[in-house]
Ligand binder design. Sequence first.
Ligand code: ATP
Ligand code: MG
Length: 149
Amino acid sequence: MEWPEWSPDVVVAATDGSDGSLRAAHVAASIAKNNNSKLIIITVVRPPEGWWGIGGAPPTATALAKALDDAQHGVLDLTVKDLDTEGIEVQTVEELGDPAATIIGFCSEVEADLLVVGKRGAGLIERFVMGSVADRLSHYAHCPVLVVP
Ligand SMILES: Nc1ncnc2c1ncn2[C@@H]1O[C@H](COP(=O)(O)OP(=O)(O)OP(=O)(O)O)[C@@H](O)[C@H]1O
Ligand SMILES: [Mg+2]
């Protein structure tokens, strides 16, 4: 069987602002540049349960929305800051929800040809294995996934 040449039109990098995700974004940007692909950088914020602690008053909807918005902007700014994306189209996306499920749905929606993620993220637990988001993405995404150590 003859396989068509693989050449990505759309490359997605998922970032949570961690060092691993910054390395992943760097790899994604290089691949996008070399293939003249569109680069989409996505961050997903999970609304933290019990964010306000036991017995505290829940934040107002506006306060919560603003806190999430600030967090997402911070992560995206940090990720894009040092990327070399000269000559390619770059889009940044913020979503709210479960990170792995949201990223998988997004990649299908934009017909991503490649998803690039870090092996680890901003989670506080030191692991020998990859993080749970990277693990789920590599198992369930509908497109090729590149996991950057
Ligand atoms: N909220 C998120 N939005 C976008 N990308 C994410 C998000 N969380 C993780 N990722 C991507 O997945 C990679 C691995 O992160 P992951 O969350 O799996 O590891 P971890 O934080 O070390 O472990 P865990 O979250 O399981 O405690 C990150 O480098 C990033 O590319
Ligand atoms: Mg994590």
